[in-house]
Structures are given as structure tokens and as C-alpha cells.
Design a protein around this ligand. Structure first.
Ligand code: HGY
Ligand code: MN
Ligand code: MN
Length: 404
């Protein structure tokens, strides 16, 4: 789709206003949830909203909203401004930029539609091990249990962060949301490979996460014979490969399994690893496949540790089921793309998103745009400004259709 130069320039300006925040030496960004860096992103978001003549407010868990009207029954365009460690600059940010572009077009066209853009805190599991904390708490859809005990990378508990910032772990549920819409980079290769500018998400794969605790025996690496060891890291190595094997077995159901966290203690050259913590992330769109993976990985881990004389303990830290987006919204977005002459395709999301939190309280939909080679959660993540404009236009066209 052809875009006005002014729209391309505005989109670039928005991207550049966030660009430097949380920059790392290796060229990526680290903007962990519920940290001062994420606060800076939210401050920039508020300034950009004010420049559009919008108001802003913060909810009880620190999510920030920019609104063109105080009216209830509003359309909420959301995403997040936190990132993984040394991640890219488009994951989440592209969705917030799209929301601001929609607000600007609605203002230009004097469109009488209450629209709010929401930046949800701590969407990534990188800081507290759990994802979509801001949107999951405010919708009361994800975290029914108390998550105050979750520990950030720096050791502070979520409860302590909330106390310090005056937030509540038990907020009133968000209200007045008529539809939830989110634009996001695909974080996969499908759109790029099939040269389609717009993806319309049908189902978001459900993420389940576990911590595994392995306790062997820390001993002298030189004086302890090979057959007399309880090496926790060797047990972990077997478990990691087993998780990969199980994930590959279930790949036919679009499931995946990853061990993304390995904490080895004491992690020094001349001591046999005594204790290891693993973080396991499995995803899938079929609950039966998720259940098989969970069972297989945990049972195998227990057997591996028993055989090696290593104590084993695990705990599930989060489980969100596969979530379907609204059929009506999917159709509406598809028709909007068609009216604009932009090619679109229905697709799945392997990654989790704040839209998971909203699907249970209002009709929700997601628009994907391509990212270079499907790379994400990596400093080389890249999406073209014109693709962000395409996606934002589809959302705006959908909203205009809602006024008819
Ligand atoms: O991990 C995810 O699925 C997302 O990037 N939060
Ligand atoms: Mn992400
Ligand atoms: Mn994201």
C-alpha cells in the first residue's frame, strides 16, 4: 500500500523517540519489565500522546493508557514497551507506534470513536519468569493466584516493586473495553517467505513454564574419580537434549520446547557442578500435545536424575492455554485489508502476546507484520516502517468500519 510521506515520517519519528532507551553495548535493548528503563519508555509514550492532544492515565498495576476520549465502550489498541535482555527494538514497540498512528488519523479525520492505546507492563517473561504480568493482572484473566513472590533478575520480589511504586497485585478488573486490537511483528518467517504484508492471527499458542532444581554434589574436579560423581550439570545436559527431542516429536502439532535458562552453581572451573536450575518453556496450540510434552519432559528429567544420583525437584510457574482470537474481529480485519488492497493471510502465533489476556473479556484480534528473516528477541530484529504503516492502516480501516 502507498503511504503519505507525512505518515512514513511520523512513524519513523515515533520509532526514533523510543530508539535509545535501554540501548546495550552490543546494539540491542534491555528494557526489563517493572524497571526504570520501562518507566522511561512509558514516559516517552505519554509525551507522544500529549503531542497528539490526548490524555493519559496509569492503572493500578502500572499499565499506561493514552486516550482520545473519556468515553467508555472504547477500542483498545495495545502492546508492550518492555523487552527481553539484549533484544530488538520492534517487539511490542511496533504495536504502540501503530496505536499512536491510529489516534493521529482519527484526529485528522475527526473520527468520532473512543480509542485508547495501552502499554502493558512486563509482557516478557525475561525479568520475573512470567509473561503478560501487566495485562494478565488488570484483566484478571491470567493470574488468579498471588504472584507477589515472583523474583526479578535483581532479586526484588514483585510484591516489593508494587509496594515501592504504589501498585496493587489485586486491582479492579479493567472495564469499558469494546474491542482489543494488537499489531505485532510476526517473530517468525511465514509472512516474509510468502511475501504477504499482513497476518491475521487465529490462535495464540499457549505457553507453559517450569523451573527444574537439580542437586548433585559439588566436589573437587581433579580428585574425584569419574565414576564417583553426582554432576548436576551433566544431568542438566541430558535433560536439555531430552526437552529438544520431545519438542521435535511434537513439532507435528506446531508445539515447541526450549530450555532457555541454565543457572549452574558454583560455576567455577575446578568444582564439579553441585546445583543447577533450569527454566523450561513449552508452547503449543493443542492442549493434548502440551500435556504430553509436560509429562514426557518431567518424567525423563526425574529418571535421568535418579540414574545419576542427583536430587530432582520441579515446579510449574505459569500456564496459559492456547487462546483463539475473535472470529468476528478476524473477519473484520481481513475485510479491512481487502478494502485497502493489502494482501493478508490467516495464521497462528507461536509467541505469546497481551492479546491472550484480553480474549476472555472482549472480542480481540491481532495483526502481524513481517520482520526480517523472522528474527526476534535478538538485537538484529528489524521491521520496515512501511509494514508498520500497513498494519496500522488495517487496524484504522477496521475501526472506521465499526463506526458504520
Ligand atoms: O515469550 C513470548 O512469547 C513473548 O515474546 N512474550
Ligand atoms: Mn517478545
Ligand atoms: Mn511481544
Amino acid at each position: 500500500m502507498e503511504h503519505r510521506i507525512s505518515d512514513i515520517q511520523y512513524c519513523e519519528n515515533l520509532f526514533n523517540r523510543f530508539y535509545d532507551i535501554g540501548s546495550t553495548e552490543s546494539g540491542g535493548v534491555t528494557r526489563l519489565g517493572y524497571t526504570e528503563v520501562e518507566d522511561s519508555m512509558h514516559q516517552e509514550f505519554i509525551s507522544l500522546g500529549h503531542e497528539l492532544g490526548c490524555t493519559n492515565y496509569e492503572d493500578e498495576v502500572g499499565n499506561t493508557y493514552v486516550a482520545n476520549s473519556p468515553e467508555d465502550g472504547y477500542f483498545l489498541i495495545g502492546s508492550h514497551l518492555d523487552s527481553v535482555i539484549n533484544g530488538g527494538r520492534y517487539d511490542g514497540v511496533a504495536g504502540i507506534i501503530a496505536g499512536l498512528m491510529v489516534l493521529r488519523w482519527a484526529k485528522e479525520d475527526n473520527l468520532k470513536l473512543p480509542i485508547r492505546v495501552g502499554a502493558f507492563r512486563c509482557e516478557e517473561s525475561s525479568n520475573f519468569g512470567c509473561c503478560t504480568i501487566g495485562s494478565g493482572l488488570i484483566t484478571k484473566e491470567v493470574y488468579k493466584q498471588d504472584i507477589g513472590g515472583l523474583c526479578a533478575k535483581d532479586g526484588e520480589t514483585l510484591e516489593s516493586v508494587f509496594k515501592r511504586k504504589g501498585y496493587s497485585l489485586h486491582p479492579s478488573r479493567i472495564s469499558g473495553v469494546r474491542r482489543y486490537l494488537e499489531l505485532h511483528i510476526e517473530q517468525g518467517k511465514v509472512l516474509e517467505e510468502c511475501q504477504t504484508p499482513i497476518g491475521i492471527v487465529g490462535t495464540i499458542a499457549g505457553p507453559r513454564r517450569f523451573r527444574m532444581y537439580l542437586r548433585g554434589m559439588a566436589e573437587h574436579s581433579g580428585a574425584t574419580p569419574m565414576l564417583m560423581r553426582a554432576d548436576a550439570l551433566c544431568a542438566a545436559a541430558e535433560i536439555i537434549l531430552e526437552a529438544e527431542r520431545v519438542g521435535k516429536k511434537e513439532a507435528v502439532y506446531q508445539s515447541v520446547a526450549t530450555v532457555g535458562v541454565v543457572e549452574n552453581h558454583p560455576n567455577v572451573l575446578n568444582v564439579i557442578p553441585g546445583e543447577v536450575e533450569l527454566g523450561v518453556d513449552i508452547r503449543g496450540i493443542e492442549v493434548s500435545s502440551l500435556n504430553r510434552m509436560e509429562k514426557d519432559i518431567r518424567e525423563s528429567a526425574e529418571q535421568i536424575c535418579r540414574r545419576r544420583g542427583v536430587e530432582y525437584l520441579d515446579e510449574k510457574i505459569s500456564e496459559i492455554p492456547p487462546i483463539d482470537m475473535s472470529d468476528t474481529v478476524q473477519l473484520g480485519l481481513e475485510q479491512a485489508a481487502k478494502r485497502l488492497g493489502i494482501m493478508s493471510r490467516r495464521m497462528l502465533s507461536g509467541a505469546g502476546h497481551d492479546a491472550m489476556s484480553f480474549a476472555g473479556i472482549c472480542e480481540s484480534g491481532m495483526v502481524f507484520i513481517p520482520c526480517l528473516k523472522g528474527i526476534s528477541h535478538n538485537r538484529t530484529e528489524f521491521a520496515a516502517i512501511v509494514n508498520i504503516c500497513d498494519g496500522a492502516r488495517v487496524i484504522y480501516e477496521y475501526l472506521k468500519g465499526e463506526t458504520a
